[in-house]
Design a protein around this ligand. Structure first.
Ligand SMILES: CC(C)(COP(=O)(O)OP(=O)(O)OC[C@H]1O[C@@H](n2cnc3c(N)ncnc32)[C@H](O)[C@@H]1OP(=O)(O)O)[C@@H](O)C(=O)NCCC(=O)NCCS
Length: 146
């Protein structure tokens, strides 16, 4: 690895950790490095300051959104939407037709965001998440771009 790559990776990991704050489920450095060193994976920064990020991956002719997270202090001011626009641009440049994701059926804020971009529900995964001692279903949502 070149020194400049190492500096860039360190910067990105620090950025990621600041947005995750003290989330105990955040990725370890080595897992994060493995992720960003794969050319099929996408890590988008919301801003030069660590206010939010979007992680996604290209799987054949589709993009899967893995996670989108905005620092609580910076929510509801359009940053989530700006990250989604950046992802759409990447998808169009790569000529990718479909973007999909899983979202908890109870995460109405995120569902609203995805609906705003014309994602539609195409399926459900039973008991996909386990949170605070409860199993939760996930909606599978898809956006077809062209
Ligand atoms: C979901 C999340 C990424 C939205 O980010 P954000 O920067 O606050 O979103 P924006 O300000 O760009 O708002 C985008 C849309 O989301 C919806 N939305 C945002 N906040 C909302 C709220 N409090 N209540 C209802 N809808 C809301 C609205 O549809 C909004 O569009 P509008 O402002 O034109 O009405 C953010 O709340 C977050 O990080 N949540 C925790 C992590 C998470 O749940 N990620 C998704 C996992 S699948």
């Amino acid at each position: 690895m070149l020194r400049s790559d190492a500096v860039k990776n360190d910067f990105l990991y620090e950025y990621y950790c600041k947005v995750e704050d003290d989330n105990e489920r955040k990725w370890a450095k080595k897992d994060f490095y493995t992720f960003i060193s794969n050319q099929d994976n996408i890590f988008i920064l919301a801003h030069s300051k660590p206010v939010g990020y979007l992680k996604a991956r290209v799987i054949r002719d589709e993009i899967e959104i893995i996670s989108i997270l905005i620092d609580k202090k910076f929510r509801k001011i359009g940053i989530g939407k700006s990250l989604m626009y950046k992802l759409l641009n990447i998808a169009l440049k790569k000529k990718i037709q479909n973007i999909f994701l899983e979202v908890s059926v109870e995460n109405l804020i995120a569902i609203n965001l995805y609906k705003k971009f014309n994602f539609i529900k195409v399926g459900k995964r039973k008991n996909y998440y386990y949170q605070n001692g409860r199993h939760l279903d996930a909606n599978i949502m898809r956006l077809t771009l062209f």
